[in-house]
Design a protein around this ligand. Structure first.
Ligand code: PEP
Length: 265
């Protein structure tokens, strides 16, 4: 068991952690709209300064991978099947995502959890499948509004995190990213305050640090939930906030890039 000051000292190496912004396009886009959006992102110097990940719908991955080739831009998917291959109609495996050029994949987004019934165990299996095939999972954790109001935020986040840790172990997090996304802030225009975000990020980091302080200190933890140009800088200035998972604002190049600039600090 690690003592708090030691955790704090390691977490003080925050400047060493990589900064990252990931754009979750959700079910938006078209071939005609995607090309100029990606071109505008590729033309920006931000790409060299902050890790930028674009997560379009599955059908556009291969085409956008070709556009990104040779650039610093990274490609991610929005979901992955927990199984490696087989008779799973409609599903896409981690090895297929890797094959078309993905290096990241979002797992456990709240829309998958609430609209498609993904539970903590399935999310943990998806996390493990991603890692097993060379992808960096972006693990989404977040509480519902009623859970926050009932003062159950830590209990919910702890449960979601522990489900993954108990399947993969803490060491697996050296190849992962976490996104704290309060469900009440996603797509609502209602953002967590910088202090609320920092509290939960610190809670996540300290929970992992109890198992492995070095891995916890190096782990990028993103904030997601109605991030925009006007609030990004303050959120990203928090000690344990290492960038953002961006939904709506990632569909406008200028907005996404100014959020990326804020992540750089
Ligand atoms: C998301 O989809 O992960 C998200 C954070 O969406 P938005 O930025 O639109 O709230």
């Amino acid at each position: 068991m690690i003592r708090a000051p030691e955790v704090g000292a390691l977490c003080g190496t925050a400047l060493m952690r990589r900064k990252l912004v990931a754009g979750n396009w959700k079910m938006h886009g078209s071939r005609a709209a995607n090309t100029p959006l990606v071109e505008a992102i590729l033309a920006s110097p931000q790409l060299e300064r902050v890790e930028c990940v674009i997560c379009p719908p599955f059908v556009y991955l291969a085409e956008i991978a070709r556009q990104l080739r040779g650039s610093a831009g990274q490609l991610g998917a929005q979901d992955v099947c927990a199984e490696a291959h087989g008779a799973y109609t409609g599903e896409v495996s981690a090895s297929m995502l890797h094959d078309v050029g993905c290096r990241y994949v979002i797992v456990g987004h709240s829309e998958r959890r609430s609209l498609y019934g993904e539970d903590d165990v399935l999310v943990a299996r998806k996390f493990a499948a991603a890692l097993a095939h060379g992808l960096t999972p972006i693990l989404c954790l977040g509480e519902q509004l009623a859970e926050r109001e009932a003062d159950r935020t830590q209990e919910v986040i702890g449960r979601q995190l522990d489900a993954v840790v108990s399947l993969t172990g803490t060491a697996a997090f050296s190849g992962a990213v976490i996104a704290y996304e309060p469900v009440w802030a996603i797509g609502t225009g209602r953002t967590a305050s910088p202090e609320q975000a920092q509290d939960v990020h610190e809670f996540i980091r300290e929970r992992l640090a109890r198992q492995d302080a070095k891995i916890a200190a190096a782990l990028p933890i993103l904030y997601g939930g109605s991030v925009k140009t006007g609030n990004a800088r303050e959120l990203f200035a928090q000690r344990d906030v290492d960038g953002g998972l961006i939904g709506g604002a990632s569909l406008k190049a200028e907005e996404f890039l100014s959020i990326a600039a804020a992540a750089r600090g």
